[in-house]
Each structure stands twice: as C-alpha cells, then as structure tokens.
Design a protein around this ligand. Structure first.
Ligand code: NAD
Ligand code: WQD
Length: 338
C-alpha cells in the first residue's frame, strides 16, 4: 500500500516507517518537526539506502494536505501527529485541543474530500482512565484523567461518529500501552526535548550521565514491590502492529485495539533489568507519588492477536538493551552538537 504517516518523523512514526518499508509498502512522511529532529530522515535514508519521501507541513494546514493527497494519492493514513506530554497538556491545554483535536479534524476533512477513507489512529491506554479491572480490555469504560487523554478520547469519538455516518470509512484505533526501546540498529530511537517525562528515556539519560539520578515516583502502591506497574512494549513490536493494522483498511470497520504485551512490570523491575542487561548503573531514589499516576495497568492483548494476527515478540531485556544501544551511541540524541 501507499501510506501517509503524519508525525512520521517522531519516535513511533520513524520505527513504523522502518517496519512498513521492510514489508514493501510505499511511504510518505508528513511532519512539522515540532517534536522531531530533521536528522531522523538522514538516519532512515541510511538504513534503506534510499531517499525518504517527506513533506514538512502541519496537519492543520488544509491546503497543503489537499496538495499532498492530490500529489501522492495514498491508500491509507497512519495518524501519529500530535502533542503527547500529559503535564504540558495541563499548562497549555489549547496546544492539545489545537494540535490533536483540530489537527485531526482537518486531516479527516481533507481525507474525506480526497476520498481516502482508511485511517489508523494513534490512541493511548490513557483513554481507560483509572482501571476498574485488569487486564484492560477494549470494552473497559472510557474516561480521561488529563487534557491529553481528553483529546485522544475526542478524536476516538470523532472517528466513531464518522464511521457511523459513513461506513465507507475503515478505522483502526490503536491504543498503545507504554512504548519503549529503539530499533536494534541503534540508529533511531526516542529523543525527547528537555527533561524526559517518561521512565525509559529518563533511565537511559541517567545511565549515559546526562542526568544525575532517577526519581522513582512512589514505593507504596499496592503492587508486588510498591512501585508503579505498566505494560511496556518494544517500539519495534508496536511498529509491526501498525503494519498488521493495515489489514483492517478497506473493510468498512471501526475497531479499537490494544497494543501491549499483556504483562506488567514495575519501575524497579525496569531499573534492575536495565542495569543487569547493560552492565551499567542507574542511581535512583524513592520520591513522592506523581500526581495522576495509577498503581498498575496492563493490556488484554487478545483482540490484536485475533483480528490482526499480531502479538508482541520482544521482552523487557530487548527493550532495555535496544534502548541503551540507541542512547549510548547517541548520548545527546540525533543532534550531537546539542
Ligand atoms: P512524537 O512526539 O515523537 O511524534 C509525534 C510527531 O508528530 C512528531 O514528529 C511531531 O513533530 C509531529 N507533529 C506534532 N504535531 C504536529 C502537527 N500539528 N502537524 C504535523 N506534525 C506534527 O510522539 P510519539 O511517541 O511518536 O507518539 C506518536 C503518537 O502516538 C502520538 O499521537 C501520541 O499521542 C501517541 N501515543 C504515544 C505514546 C508514547 O508513550 N510515546 C503512547 C500512547 C500514544
Ligand atoms: C511509567 C512508570 C511512573 C518517570 C505516560 C502517559 C500515557 C502514555 C504513555 C501517551 C510510572 C514511573 C516515571 C520517572 C518514575 N503516553 N516513573 N520516574 O505515566 O504510564 O504513561 O506515557 O499516550 O498517556 O501518561 O508512563 O513512562 O511516564 O511512567 O518512577 O522519572 O514509571 O510513576 O509508574 P505512564 P511513564
């Protein structure tokens, strides 16, 4: 298929580019580089010895979207573009409504006009709010605990309404759990600007000496060791999940699907495994709980297996080893002059 990746220069988008290329798909990236480094395009080009087809544009720019659809005529869109920092969504909510909600609306309007009605959407396990039961199935009630999550829910609702109104649309709503790690080449990986919000990039930056110490947010949760438990998924597995989700294009269905491993690990499991696998030390101290965190969540990953024939292959050792390969080879991320 020919696939447009909005936000394709970002962390998950760049890994999905690799997986799609390996499966012979044709790809165009559309990204405004608000949270990505242009150097990622050089790395992708090196991996495949081929120029990366890309457009520097914002998904809120309707006339450019029209031009892109006219010029490239993609069969489907995988829609990663958006802002994703939970904390920032509290202090700058309009950025989230604009980028995530208005941006998605503009994209869908342009797709409809161009008669491209196949979309894979990057949703998040955050739409389950506070888990009422574990594992989280796709039927778990939806709610939001922060503005970022609220915007993901609105876009999911927009997609359900659109499909309800016009069943020619095919929609795969992928609810990611906690993507971590990097491509095994060490050439692409997660490169957050500023201090990382998420656990794994924080661990890798402490290990490489960019940050002094990790704070473990709470050790008094009702979990095996008291620290928070999450369903970490290797970003390469997640990328393969997108390749598999293309099966749902042109089916006239609208389906939410969890992409997780089905297994939860604690913060201390992640630190200890990272230290053991990579033979590095990750100094940490126990701190207060982070407001808004839940004790534990992990996916019921059955639906992805049944509908997509996909399941995660890589365990936390690979997540830790590959995350470290990327960070240790690129201590400052893509731009070593930082
Ligand atoms: P990322 O920030 O690395 O990638 C997003 C990309 O979109 C960036 O390259 C950014 O420059 C681009 N972008 C942002 N706004 C844009 C706009 N208006 N127009 C064009 N491009 C724009 O994030 P990621 O981790 O790769 O996440 C991708 C998607 O997956 C996001 O929608 C995110 O909400 C969702 N998601 C991420 C996680 C996670 O933990 N990383 C978990 C669940 C869901
Ligand atoms: C994981 C665990 C923390 C940092 C977030 C978003 C979610 C989704 C994925 C986009 C928790 C602990 C973390 C640190 C720590 N994103 N932690 N010290 O919160 O599960 O999910 O990213 O959709 O919407 O909320 O991920 O990596 O921030 O935290 O102890 O410095 O690590 O308390 O238990 P989270 P995370």
């Amino acid at each position: 298929m020919k696939v447009l990746l909005t936000g394709g220069a970002g962390y998950i988008g760049s890994h999905t580019y690799v997986a799609l290329k390996e499966h012979g798909h044709e790809i165009v990236i559309l990204d405004n580089f608000s949270n990505a480094n242009r150097l990622v395009l050089d790395r992708l080009a090196q991996l495949f010895q081929e120029k990366v087809e890309h457009v520097e544009a914002d998904i809120r720019d309707r006339s450019t979207l029209d031009d892109v659809f006219e010029a490239h005529k993609p069969d489907a869109v995988i829609h990663f573009a958006g802002a994703k920092a939970v904390g920032e969504s509290a202090t700058d909510p309009l950025k989230y409504y604009s980028n995530n909600v208005s941006g998605s609306q503009t994209l869908l309007e342009a797709m409809d006009a161009a008669e491209i009605r196949n979309i894979v959407f990057s949703s998040s396990a955050t739409v389950y709010g506070v888990p009422q039961a574990l594992p989280l199935t796709e039927d778990h009630p939806l709610s939001s605990t922060n503005t970022y999550g609220a915007t993901k829910l609105i876009v999911e609702d927009m997609l359900r309404a659109l499909h309800g109104a016009d069943p020619r649309w095919s929609v795969a709503i992928l609810r990611y759990f906690n993507p971590v790690g990097a491509h095994p080449s060490g050439e692409i990986g997660e490169d957050p600007g500023g201090i990382p919000n998420n656990l794994m990039p924080y661990i890798t930056q402490v290990a490489v000496g960019r940050l002094a110490q990790l704070k473990v947010y709470g050790d008094d949760y009702d979990t095996s060791d008291g620290t928070g438990v999450r369903d970490y998924i290797h970003v390469s597995d997640l990328a393969q999940g997108h390749v598999a989700a293309l099966k749902l294009m042109n089916t006239g269905t609208c389906t939410p699907i969890n992409l997780g491993t089905g297994t939860g690990y604690s913060v201390l499991d992640m630190i200890k495994t990272f230290e053991r696998v990579n033979e590095v030390s990750v100094p940490y101290s126990i701190a207060e709980r982070r407001p808004g965190d839940v004790a534990a969540n992990w996916a019921d990953a059955q639906r992805a297996k049944e509908l997509l024939g996909w399941q995660a292959q890589l365990g936390i050792e690979a997540m830790c080893a590959d995350g470290w390969r990327w960070q240790s080879r690129n201590p400052k991320g893509y731009d070593q002059t930082n």
